[in-house]
Design a protein around this ligand. Structure first.
Ligand code: BEZ
Ligand code: MG
Length: 548
């Protein structure tokens, strides 16, 4: 073999080994909940080590606190927990980091540590039931904002006029850019239209990062009025933006609609502003699509520019999760149709300034979704991910399924991880794999759950069913995932015994869900595997019916 080819093979191999190493590191460093919160109980020291590591790894420029470098943060936190702040500061000094840099970090950790020891949840609940005053506290992610402690306070939200905050807008540029670059690297061009999911609680936690990402994709920046309220937007000139403006379809939760009414107006205003800019159509996809639609359907410019959708006033949720969990569908497209039925209510203001407050706009939503090439949701917390709750698949999965039928092509589906050191855009499939490896199939995670007995088994089953939700809505689950779930929880005899004893209902539901995954074509399993599963399911059923 010529030398050149040898060298190329070596380089390829090195690149593959390095990519593998990076993936392993990503999994190792991922923070996962290792058990459920028990109301009224303070967390244990063991649970705190990982949390402290994350808190110490987060830059807080607004408080003059720099993150500890990755190479020493683990050891420094261990030192802090074993021997206290001074020992940890000396340890860092030994690694060339002066006390002026590290003291603020350990002062913060001490405060967090003290606050974690107190837990006023039960007390506050009783006082609240008596109608007494409960001290307010911010609602946020504990790593981003440790001021959420102590728990047991009256969580307050946010002033919607402050959204997006300056910091959130700055941070979101790189997320929007990385998202578009990821799509471009896979498709050779930018997407003309994307669908975004916006949630209320997430935008409270991040001061509007999801909102800011939408504005960046459109190529506009927020403008504050004389009262410092974000009530308007201005276009970022194309020369400065350096790329086309992307057409954005926003599906917002009922909670977002209720909490962020001025923000809903802002997003709608942003789309209408962009649609009116006199710019080349290949650099302004909003304008391109609005003009196309007016021409094709003889509709008004107002109708062609509707992009902010939510439930009918007073309604919440997509119900896609209920339909999936109850196995109440035959064709997958029903799930996407249900999403549109629930979410096709337009919000904003028309060109005459008249409020549109949840006007049914099914045709407008169908049209807007028919152009979508990528769907996206921002994930901003380590506490709740794709498989922890059924809401991610009901929203992001639901909208993706709706796009698939209307655009006659499956969209690229992305998620971001804006809490990590570096902004990371992952495909849905990558995120499902990462969640499965770090949670559902990770002994550290499931043993943590099993300590909670009955509820813990129910959580394991929930994770498998939520994973199944990603098969139903997006076909995003590899066969090996179902195979390993079966091996880990049902084909391991001692594990099956534990699940049987703790919660036979959930163990049975788990076996049934795996059989359903196979039955619906999401899991290509061997005949013997299926026979074994049916046996297990039957014996659990007998146990539940008191036959065995
Ligand atoms: C929200 O915060 O908007 C939200 C919370 C849970 C499920 C769906 C949406
Ligand atoms: Mg498959």
């Amino acid at each position: 073999m010529p030398d050149e080819e040898n060298t190329k093979q070596d380089t390829d191999r090195d690149a593959r080994v390095f990519a593998l190493y990076e993936q392993l590191l990503e999994m190792e460093q991922r923070l996962i909940p290792t058990g459920l919160h028990v109301f009224g109980r303070a967390s244990s020291a063991g649970e705190q080590a990982d949390l402290f590591k994350m808190i110490a790894s987060f830059d807080r420029p607004e408080h003059g606190i720099r993150a500890l470098p990755q190479e020493i943060v683990g050891d420094a936190v261990r030192k802090f927990l074993d021997r206290g702040s001074e020992a940890a500061i000396r340890f860092c000094e030994g690694h060339g980091l002066g006390p002026e840099l590290t003291r603020p970090v350990f002062v913060l950790l001490e405060t967090v540590s003290t606050k974690l020891k107190t837990n006023g949840e039960v007390d506050s609940l009783i006082r609240a039931l008596r109608g007494e005053f409960i001290e307010p506290g911010p609602g946020a992610d504990i790593i981003q904002n440790p001021d959420v402690l102590p728990t047991g306070r009256n969580t307050h939200a946010i002033n919607p006029y402050s959204v997006p905050s300056t910091a959130a807008f700055v941070r979101s540029e790189i997320v929007a850019t990385s998202l578009l670059e990821r799509y471009r690297s896979e498709n050779g061009r930018f997407p003309e239209a994307m669908a975004l999911v916006l949630w209320g609680l997430d935008n409270i936690k991040t001061q509007g990062e999801g909102v800011a990402q939408a504005l960046w994709l459109l190529g506009v920046r927020p403008v504050r009025d004389a009262l410092n309220r974000t009530t308007s937007v201005e276009a970022i000139p194309l020369g400065e933006l350096g790329r086309p403006r992307i057409d954005i379809v926003m599906t917002v939760s009922g909670i977002f609609r209720d909490l962020f009414s001025p923000t809903v107006q802002l997003l709608d205003k942003a789309v209408r502003l962009v649609a009116q800019l006199d710019e080349p159509l290949e650099l302004n996809y909003v304008r391109k699509h609005v003009l196309e639609q007016i021409k094709q359907e003889a509709c008004t410019p107002d109708d062609a520019a509707v992009r902010v959708f939510s439930n009918a006033p007073g309604n919440y949720g997509t119900n896609v999760n209920f339909m999936v969990m109850d196995s109440q569908w035959e064709r997958e497209e029903t799930l996407g149709d249900l999403f549109v039925t629930r979410k096709c209510f337009a919000y904003g203001r028309d060109s005459q300034g008249r409020a549109i407050e949840g006007r049914e706009a099914r045709l407008a939503m169908d049209r807007a979704l028919s152009r979508v090439e990528a769907t996206y949701q921002n994930i901003d917390t380590f506490e709740i991910g794709l498989t922890d709750v059924d809401h991610y698949f009901e929203y992001l999965g639901g909208v993706s399924k709706a796009v698939e039928k209307r655009a006659r092509a499956k969209p690229a589906i992305y998620l971001s991880d804006s809490l990590s050191r570096e902004v990371k855009i992952r495909s849905l499939e990558e995120t499902v794999r990462l969640e499965t490896r770090t949670k559902t199939l990770n002994p550290k995670w499931y043993e943590g759950m099993l300590k909670h007995g009955f509820r813990g088994v129910a959580e394991i089953e929930n994770h498998v069913s939520n994973t199944f939700g990603w098969s139903a809505t997006a076909d995003a689950v590899d066969d090996w995932i179902y195979t390993e779930v079966a091996n880990t929880f049902l084909f391991d005899e001692s594990m099956l015994e534990r699940l049987r004893d703790l919660n036979p209902h959930s163990a049975h539901a788990l076996a049934q869900r795996l059989l359903e995954a196979n039955g619906r074509g999401y899991w290509d399993a061997d005949t013997e595997v299926l026979a074994k599963l049916r046996d297990i399911s039957r014996s659990l059923e007998d146990q539940l019916e008191g036959v065995a």
